[in-house]
Design a binder for this molecule. Sequence first.
Ligand code: GMT
Length: 378
Amino acid sequence: MRIGIVCYPTFGGSGVLATELGKALADKGHHVHFITYQQPVRLNVFSANIFYHEVSVPSYPLFDYPPYELALASTMVDVILNHDLDLLHVHYAIPHASAAYMAKQILIKKGREIPVITTLHGTDITLVGRDKTYEPVVTFSINESDAITAVSHNLKEETFRWFAIEKDIEVIENFVDNSRYNKKPIDAFRKVIAPNDEKILIHASNFRKIKRVNDVIQVFANVHQQIPSKLLLVGDGPERRSMEDLVRKLQVQEDVRFLGKQDQIEEILLVSDLFILPSEYESFGLAAMEAMAANVPVISSDAGGLPEININGETGYTAAVGDVKTMSECAINLLSNADLLQQFRKNAKAQAMKFDLQNIVPQYEKLYSRFCRMVCEA
Ligand code: GMT
């Protein structure tokens, strides 16, 4: 099939998932056309089946706010017509679903049909989309999509709770490419981070308030009092400065490293012992699933879809949002019991295998085939 994928090209989970999906589809012989304003960060391979179309938004003195959505819709029309796409799969509702609706209407006038599939990822529903600034457009454009998918059962429920959705929402969970993690941890790398074989705790996010990075640091400070340990903080965002202050206030700065944005996260995860994700909300928690793929158990909150992936007492532990005490106790218990840690590592990997790309990508292909104009073959 010839598939258009529209996503954010940044480090966020929706862009990562969309890019990994496109790469997996290309490996299976589909032609995948990414339509974004920048090369997606995970689009770091060459494939004869992958095409990248940049949306450019020319500036004009009149525009205080350049109309990205219009430029995106026009690019969609252009790519669909010139590359004869079979369908458009948009990731994250805002503004991709409404731009897709506009492109679809333009194409109808030209006598061309294009099915639109919208995948909801999380904050497009639970945070930004619910805001009355966007809600009417989000509701409309979700309802106008030919198919809607959500990345977890929780997100499906949240979407029905907050929006007047008139169609079914199919759950197709996020996935991870386990083959990327089937390599040995680099001992020399671990030694650089933890020269005295300290335990390595890790967190990765976009450092927004919703991620509660302050809880990560508090948990680490508690663990650190009892267990020689290091904390790796991967990613960047608005909370970074205040988190640096908190690290100094708690006097753990010697053992905390801010690594910034990283596109080779698997090397870092493979040398880690415990992943911390105490978010206020996660529709799924792809970052935690990637940690599990690297045999790393997870301490997380029990918000949103996290309990669907992090099984309490098996792949890690879950606790109520903000319950730093329980999270710290669980982390200390796990890190001080080598057999238990080993068992949790195995359980985490087994869980990641359930969410392997081999199991999930065919679900998208099956969905696409329902909307295919002709007999679809790769
Ligand atoms: O977590 C973020 O702030 C980024 C956001 C995104 O859309 O890029 O992530 C959302 O989508 C991911 C991929 O489906 C999910 O794994 C994350 O849980 C979800 N984030 C939230 O719901 C807060």
